[in-house]
Design a protein around this ligand. Sequence first.
Ligand code: FE2
Ligand code: FE2
Ligand code: FE2
Length: 167
Amino acid sequence: MSKTTDDLKAAFAGESQASRKYLYFAEKADQEGFKRVARLFRAAAEAETVHARNHLRVMQGIESTEKNLLTAIGGELHEFSEMYPEFIKDAQAENDKRAEDSFDKANKVEKIHHGLYADALAKLKSAGTAELKPFYVCTVCGYTVEGEAPDKCPVCNALKKLFKLVE
Ligand code: FE2
Ligand code: FE2
Ligand code: FE2
């Protein structure tokens, strides 16, 4: 792998993280009443996602939807079958309950994402004929469901009102 390919990967990871972090910083600034700083964080976050997208494009990381679904399925599979189980063990070994809980929530939801993506791939050819339903995401654990939010999140027990609609 060339040095530039490594650099593109590192730059994509860094820009992606910066954009997410700035959005959480913006939420915090809003809570603390710093409206202008919140806007600045959101504007910079937007710019970092432009940089991330540019880097990913150069790496040819955005392909056909069929290929992208395969990439997503592979990523989720890796997360719930290898990465998070290892991380959970590490957190248990170091008695870090908060990290264990955070990993455990993600682990459970990645498994669900894997299933949703696999299902979407299987139905890709008939996608145009299927009824279009919204998704709901639990804002506590990330549990993702198509159609309607449950009364209680099956992963973390959060109430229906804590689900976010995604159209
Ligand atoms: Fe940037
Ligand atoms: Fe996921
Ligand atoms: Fe949840």
